[in-house]
Design a protein around this ligand. Structure first.
Ligand SMILES: Nc1ncnc2c1ncn2[C@@H]1O[C@H](COP(=O)(O)OP(=O)(O)OP(=O)(O)O)[C@@H](O)[C@H]1O
Ligand SMILES: [Mg+2]
Length: 273
Protein backbone atom coordinates (compact mmCIF):
# COMPACT_ATOMS: atom_id res chain seq x y z
CA UNK A 1 0.00 0.00 0.00
CA UNK A 2 1.33 3.39 -0.92
CA UNK A 3 1.84 5.46 2.16
CA UNK A 4 1.79 9.20 2.38
CA UNK A 5 4.57 10.79 4.29
CA UNK A 6 3.90 14.46 4.63
CA UNK A 7 6.50 17.11 5.22
CA UNK A 8 5.14 20.51 4.40
CA UNK A 9 7.55 23.18 3.28
CA UNK A 10 6.86 26.52 1.65
CA UNK A 11 7.34 25.10 -1.85
CA UNK A 12 5.75 21.67 -1.36
CA UNK A 13 2.08 21.03 -1.91
CA UNK A 14 -0.14 19.13 0.52
CA UNK A 15 -1.58 15.67 -0.01
CA UNK A 16 -5.04 14.83 -1.15
CA UNK A 17 -7.19 11.91 0.02
CA UNK A 18 -10.36 11.11 -1.95
CA UNK A 19 -13.24 8.98 -0.67
CA UNK A 20 -14.92 7.31 -3.64
CA UNK A 21 -17.34 4.44 -4.19
CA UNK A 22 -19.00 2.45 -6.91
CA UNK A 23 -22.31 2.38 -5.07
CA UNK A 24 -23.95 5.17 -3.08
CA UNK A 25 -24.76 5.15 0.63
CA UNK A 26 -21.75 3.12 1.76
CA UNK A 27 -20.33 5.71 4.19
CA UNK A 28 -18.08 8.07 2.18
CA UNK A 29 -19.39 11.22 3.88
CA UNK A 30 -19.30 9.78 7.40
CA UNK A 31 -15.76 8.51 6.94
CA UNK A 32 -14.33 11.50 5.06
CA UNK A 33 -15.63 13.94 7.67
CA UNK A 34 -14.20 11.89 10.55
CA UNK A 35 -10.92 11.40 8.68
CA UNK A 36 -10.60 15.17 8.21
CA UNK A 37 -11.16 15.74 11.95
CA UNK A 38 -8.67 12.99 12.82
CA UNK A 39 -6.06 14.69 10.63
CA UNK A 40 -6.74 18.05 12.30
CA UNK A 41 -6.52 16.45 15.76
CA UNK A 42 -3.12 15.06 14.79
CA UNK A 43 -1.95 18.59 14.09
CA UNK A 44 -2.20 18.77 10.29
CA UNK A 45 -3.77 21.76 8.58
CA UNK A 46 -6.74 20.12 6.91
CA UNK A 47 -9.47 21.10 4.50
CA UNK A 48 -12.43 19.02 3.35
CA UNK A 49 -14.05 19.59 -0.03
CA UNK A 50 -17.63 18.51 -0.56
CA UNK A 51 -17.31 17.10 -4.05
CA UNK A 52 -20.85 15.75 -4.11
CA UNK A 53 -22.00 18.84 -5.99
CA UNK A 54 -25.71 17.98 -6.21
CA UNK A 55 -26.52 16.50 -2.82
CA UNK A 56 -23.47 17.13 -0.66
CA UNK A 57 -24.06 16.88 3.07
CA UNK A 58 -20.64 17.58 4.59
CA UNK A 59 -22.14 20.76 6.08
CA UNK A 60 -24.77 18.78 7.88
CA UNK A 61 -22.20 16.39 9.27
CA UNK A 62 -20.39 19.42 10.74
CA UNK A 63 -23.57 21.35 11.60
CA UNK A 64 -22.37 24.36 9.58
CA UNK A 65 -24.38 26.86 7.54
CA UNK A 66 -22.38 27.81 4.44
CA UNK A 67 -22.13 31.47 3.46
CA UNK A 68 -20.01 30.93 0.39
CA UNK A 69 -19.72 27.62 -1.44
CA UNK A 70 -17.70 26.08 -4.22
CA UNK A 71 -20.06 27.75 -6.71
CA UNK A 72 -18.82 31.18 -5.61
CA UNK A 73 -15.24 29.97 -5.71
CA UNK A 74 -15.65 28.67 -9.28
CA UNK A 75 -16.92 32.08 -10.40
CA UNK A 76 -13.98 33.92 -8.83
CA UNK A 77 -11.22 31.36 -9.31
CA UNK A 78 -9.34 33.05 -12.17
CA UNK A 79 -8.78 36.28 -10.23
CA UNK A 80 -8.26 34.60 -6.88
CA UNK A 81 -5.08 34.98 -4.84
CA UNK A 82 -4.13 32.45 -2.15
CA UNK A 83 -4.81 35.00 0.59
CA UNK A 84 -8.45 35.30 -0.55
CA UNK A 85 -9.12 31.56 -0.55
CA UNK A 86 -9.88 31.21 3.22
CA UNK A 87 -12.88 33.55 2.74
CA UNK A 88 -14.62 30.74 0.84
CA UNK A 89 -14.00 28.14 3.55
CA UNK A 90 -15.88 27.66 6.79
CA UNK A 91 -14.00 27.06 9.99
CA UNK A 92 -15.10 24.13 12.08
CA UNK A 93 -14.13 24.14 15.77
CA UNK A 94 -11.99 21.03 15.17
CA UNK A 95 -9.70 23.13 12.97
CA UNK A 96 -11.00 21.58 9.74
CA UNK A 97 -11.77 24.07 6.95
CA UNK A 98 -14.83 23.19 4.90
CA UNK A 99 -15.46 24.00 1.24
CA UNK A 100 -19.18 23.40 0.88
CA UNK A 101 -21.13 22.00 -2.03
CA UNK A 102 -23.46 24.35 -3.97
CA UNK A 103 -26.66 25.38 -2.21
CA UNK A 104 -28.83 24.07 -5.06
CA UNK A 105 -28.35 20.94 -7.19
CA UNK A 106 -28.76 22.92 -10.43
CA UNK A 107 -25.57 24.90 -9.66
CA UNK A 108 -23.57 21.67 -9.92
CA UNK A 109 -23.47 21.89 -13.71
CA UNK A 110 -21.41 25.09 -13.53
CA UNK A 111 -18.50 23.24 -11.95
CA UNK A 112 -16.18 21.93 -14.62
CA UNK A 113 -13.27 19.51 -14.43
CA UNK A 114 -10.82 22.33 -15.13
CA UNK A 115 -12.21 24.48 -12.29
CA UNK A 116 -11.94 21.47 -9.94
CA UNK A 117 -8.25 21.15 -10.85
CA UNK A 118 -7.62 24.86 -10.17
CA UNK A 119 -9.43 24.72 -6.84
CA UNK A 120 -7.61 21.61 -5.63
CA UNK A 121 -4.27 23.11 -6.63
CA UNK A 122 -4.99 26.24 -4.59
CA UNK A 123 -6.27 24.28 -1.57
CA UNK A 124 -3.14 22.12 -1.61
CA UNK A 125 -0.98 25.23 -1.44
CA UNK A 126 -2.60 26.18 1.87
CA UNK A 127 -3.22 22.83 3.60
CA UNK A 128 -1.18 19.79 4.50
CA UNK A 129 -4.16 17.55 3.77
CA UNK A 130 -7.14 18.04 1.51
CA UNK A 131 -9.86 15.42 1.96
CA UNK A 132 -12.53 15.10 -0.75
CA UNK A 133 -15.92 13.50 -0.30
CA UNK A 134 -17.29 12.80 -3.78
CA UNK A 135 -20.50 11.32 -5.19
CA UNK A 136 -20.61 7.65 -6.11
CA UNK A 137 -19.57 6.47 -9.55
CA UNK A 138 -17.11 7.41 -12.24
CA UNK A 139 -18.31 10.76 -13.57
CA UNK A 140 -15.86 13.12 -15.27
CA UNK A 141 -15.70 15.31 -12.17
CA UNK A 142 -15.12 12.32 -9.89
CA UNK A 143 -12.29 11.10 -12.11
CA UNK A 144 -10.75 14.58 -11.98
CA UNK A 145 -10.75 14.41 -8.17
CA UNK A 146 -9.20 10.96 -8.29
CA UNK A 147 -6.51 12.02 -10.78
CA UNK A 148 -5.46 14.81 -8.41
CA UNK A 149 -5.43 12.48 -5.39
CA UNK A 150 -2.41 11.02 -3.63
CA UNK A 151 -4.65 8.40 -2.05
CA UNK A 152 -8.03 7.07 -3.20
CA UNK A 153 -10.07 5.18 -0.63
CA UNK A 154 -12.71 3.14 -2.41
CA UNK A 155 -15.42 2.59 0.19
CA UNK A 156 -17.65 -0.47 0.16
CA UNK A 157 -19.81 -2.40 2.58
CA UNK A 158 -20.60 -6.11 2.56
CA UNK A 159 -23.64 -5.94 0.25
CA UNK A 160 -23.26 -7.84 -2.99
CA UNK A 161 -24.20 -4.79 -5.11
CA UNK A 162 -21.58 -2.63 -3.39
CA UNK A 163 -18.87 -5.27 -3.82
CA UNK A 164 -19.77 -5.84 -7.47
CA UNK A 165 -19.54 -2.10 -8.21
CA UNK A 166 -16.31 -1.87 -6.22
CA UNK A 167 -14.77 -4.61 -8.32
CA UNK A 168 -15.83 -2.86 -11.53
CA UNK A 169 -14.50 0.45 -10.23
CA UNK A 170 -11.14 -1.09 -9.32
CA UNK A 171 -10.84 -2.47 -12.86
CA UNK A 172 -11.55 0.96 -14.36
CA UNK A 173 -9.06 2.65 -12.03
CA UNK A 174 -6.48 0.09 -13.16
CA UNK A 175 -7.08 1.02 -16.80
CA UNK A 176 -6.65 4.66 -15.75
CA UNK A 177 -3.30 3.78 -14.13
CA UNK A 178 -4.42 4.71 -10.63
CA UNK A 179 -4.12 1.30 -8.94
CA UNK A 180 -1.02 2.23 -6.96
CA UNK A 181 -2.78 4.93 -5.02
CA UNK A 182 -5.99 2.97 -4.37
CA UNK A 183 -6.95 1.22 -1.14
CA UNK A 184 -10.28 -0.41 -0.38
CA UNK A 185 -12.05 0.52 2.83
CA UNK A 186 -14.65 -1.98 3.99
CA UNK A 187 -17.14 0.00 6.04
CA UNK A 188 -19.60 -1.71 8.40
CA UNK A 189 -17.31 -4.75 8.15
CA UNK A 190 -19.29 -6.71 10.74
CA UNK A 191 -22.75 -5.85 9.41
CA UNK A 192 -25.29 -8.61 8.99
CA UNK A 193 -24.79 -9.95 5.48
CA UNK A 194 -24.41 -13.26 3.67
CA UNK A 195 -20.95 -12.05 2.71
CA UNK A 196 -18.49 -11.76 5.57
CA UNK A 197 -15.43 -9.52 5.85
CA UNK A 198 -13.16 -12.57 5.52
CA UNK A 199 -14.68 -13.25 2.06
CA UNK A 200 -13.84 -9.78 0.70
CA UNK A 201 -10.14 -10.32 -0.15
CA UNK A 202 -11.14 -13.29 -2.33
CA UNK A 203 -13.98 -11.39 -4.02
CA UNK A 204 -11.89 -8.30 -4.76
CA UNK A 205 -8.61 -10.19 -5.24
CA UNK A 206 -6.96 -7.85 -2.77
CA UNK A 207 -5.26 -8.57 0.53
CA UNK A 208 -4.80 -5.09 1.94
CA UNK A 209 -8.10 -3.70 3.20
CA UNK A 210 -9.09 -1.16 5.78
CA UNK A 211 -11.84 -2.22 8.16
CA UNK A 212 -14.40 -0.03 9.92
CA UNK A 213 -17.04 -1.52 12.23
CA UNK A 214 -20.77 -1.28 11.90
CA UNK A 215 -21.93 1.01 14.68
CA UNK A 216 -25.38 2.34 13.96
CA UNK A 217 -25.84 3.99 17.35
CA UNK A 218 -22.66 6.04 17.30
CA UNK A 219 -22.62 6.87 13.57
CA UNK A 220 -26.27 7.70 13.14
CA UNK A 221 -26.42 9.93 16.22
CA UNK A 222 -23.24 11.81 15.38
CA UNK A 223 -24.34 12.33 11.76
CA UNK A 224 -27.77 13.56 12.83
CA UNK A 225 -26.57 16.01 15.48
CA UNK A 226 -23.69 17.23 13.33
CA UNK A 227 -20.81 16.30 15.64
CA UNK A 228 -18.29 13.89 14.09
CA UNK A 229 -17.97 10.81 16.32
CA UNK A 230 -14.22 11.21 16.43
CA UNK A 231 -14.92 14.28 18.61
CA UNK A 232 -17.96 13.14 20.60
CA UNK A 233 -16.95 9.50 21.05
CA UNK A 234 -13.15 9.50 21.40
CA UNK A 235 -13.01 6.12 23.12
CA UNK A 236 -15.26 4.10 20.82
CA UNK A 237 -13.85 1.26 18.73
CA UNK A 238 -14.90 2.95 15.49
CA UNK A 239 -12.90 6.06 16.46
CA UNK A 240 -9.81 3.93 17.06
CA UNK A 241 -10.33 2.27 13.67
CA UNK A 242 -10.51 5.62 11.87
CA UNK A 243 -7.39 6.84 13.70
CA UNK A 244 -5.56 3.64 12.80
CA UNK A 245 -6.47 4.08 9.13
CA UNK A 246 -5.41 7.74 9.13
CA UNK A 247 -2.09 6.93 10.80
CA UNK A 248 -1.44 4.20 8.22
CA UNK A 249 -2.21 6.55 5.34
CA UNK A 250 0.03 9.27 6.79
CA UNK A 251 2.73 6.74 7.59
CA UNK A 252 2.56 7.53 11.30
CA UNK A 253 2.83 5.15 14.21
CA UNK A 254 -0.69 4.47 15.43
CA UNK A 255 -1.76 6.75 18.27
CA UNK A 256 -5.38 6.87 19.41
CA UNK A 257 -5.68 10.58 19.99
CA UNK A 258 -2.12 11.80 20.10
CA UNK A 259 -1.28 15.19 18.71
CA UNK A 260 1.76 15.49 16.51
CA UNK A 261 4.74 16.30 18.70
CA UNK A 262 6.22 19.70 18.00
CA UNK A 263 9.84 19.49 16.98
CA UNK A 264 12.05 20.82 19.78
CA UNK A 265 14.06 23.80 18.63
CA UNK A 266 17.62 24.55 19.68
CA UNK A 267 16.19 27.48 21.67
CA UNK A 268 13.95 25.07 23.68
CA UNK A 269 17.03 23.03 24.42
CA UNK A 270 18.95 26.06 25.72
CA UNK A 271 15.94 27.18 27.81
CA UNK A 272 15.90 23.83 29.61
CA UNK A 273 19.59 24.12 30.51
N1 LIG B 1 -19.78 2.39 10.09
C1 LIG B 1 -21.09 2.62 10.06
N2 LIG B 1 -21.94 2.03 10.94
C2 LIG B 1 -23.26 2.26 10.91
N3 LIG B 1 -23.87 3.08 10.03
C3 LIG B 1 -23.09 3.70 9.12
C4 LIG B 1 -21.67 3.52 9.09
N4 LIG B 1 -21.16 4.28 8.10
C5 LIG B 1 -22.20 4.91 7.52
N5 LIG B 1 -23.36 4.58 8.13
C6 LIG B 1 -24.71 5.07 7.80
O1 LIG B 1 -24.90 4.84 6.41
C7 LIG B 1 -25.62 5.89 5.84
C8 LIG B 1 -24.90 6.39 4.60
O2 LIG B 1 -23.68 7.01 4.99
P1 LIG B 1 -23.05 8.20 4.10
O3 LIG B 1 -24.05 9.27 3.88
O4 LIG B 1 -21.76 8.56 4.73
O5 LIG B 1 -22.80 7.39 2.74
P2 LIG B 1 -22.29 7.99 1.35
O6 LIG B 1 -21.43 6.96 0.73
O7 LIG B 1 -21.69 9.33 1.56
O8 LIG B 1 -23.66 8.15 0.56
P3 LIG B 1 -23.89 8.95 -0.84
O9 LIG B 1 -23.32 8.07 -1.91
O10 LIG B 1 -25.38 9.07 -0.91
O11 LIG B 1 -23.20 10.25 -0.72
C9 LIG B 1 -25.82 6.96 6.91
O12 LIG B 1 -27.13 6.88 7.39
C10 LIG B 1 -24.85 6.58 7.99
O13 LIG B 1 -25.32 6.90 9.28
MG1 LIG C 1 -22.15 11.20 0.74
Amino acid sequence: MEELTKVKTEEKLGKMIVFASGKGGVGKTVLSVNTAVALAQKGYSTCIVDGDFQFGDVNLAFDLQPKLTISDLVQDIKSLTSSMLPNYLQNHESGVKVLSAPLKPEYADLITASSIKDIIQKLLELHEYVVADISSGLTENNITFMEQADKILVVTDLEMAALKNTKTMLKTLKVLNMTEKVSVLVNRGNMESVIKFKDVPGILELRDLFYISNDFKVVSKSFNIGIPFIISKPNEKITREVNYMVDKICNRRYSARGKRKKKKSFLDFLKRK
